[in-house]
Ligand binder design. Sequence first.
Ligand code: URA
Length: 237
Amino acid sequence: MELIRLDKLLSQALLLSRSDAKKKLRDSQVSINGKVCKNADVKVNPSVDVISVSGQTIVYQKHVYIMLHKPAGVVSASKDPNEKTVVDLVPAEIRRKGLFPAGRLDKDTTGFVLITDDGDFAHRILAPGKHVPKTYRVTLTRAASETEIAELADGPVLDDEKLLPVAVQVICEEDFIYSVVLMEGRYHQIKRMFAKQGNPVVALHRTQMGNLPLDPALQPGACKVLSAEELAQITAK
Ligand code: URA
């Protein structure tokens, strides 16, 4: 593992601002391999050096995985000159360099977006052939017929290409609300699939990635850092 500045490691591991991390150092609360260290510039190797704060050994995570409840009106990008992005919504205490959304939702789509700085993990859940299911709550213009649902279960055809089967279940037929599970994520797939059936999407919300549901305690615009157990649910079969 590469070397990392001590104040950076403290702020990432303890979700502190850099100045609060420096204060802990000034206050002699931090030790490296049992020796008090007050110097923020010192570089440490987290896989070899034992860093303690007030006597507690800290666990450093190389990467961070953040569940965001994306509100409407925000773009799925790291940076945008004109629009607010999903990464702009990550609070300063958990923000790091290199964060990006692992997968995109349209500007008007709401729900679960995973934000991370781990490119390999993003590749594992997004690459064609990986087939991590994504579940959406879809509100349609009218009720979907059994034939239309069966057509999607057989595999929708978009741009002359037959796609992987899409599971559709009724949530509330009266209000035209359905659960839709995609095994791949083609450009505007859900909107295009239903538009092709003459049944435009009225509202779209991602409720789950793999086996991990969006935390119902997260209000639109809020996010939380995922635990290792939660992260594992994304790829669990
Ligand atoms: N399908 C869409 O059409 N839009 C999304 O945002 C996600 C899936």
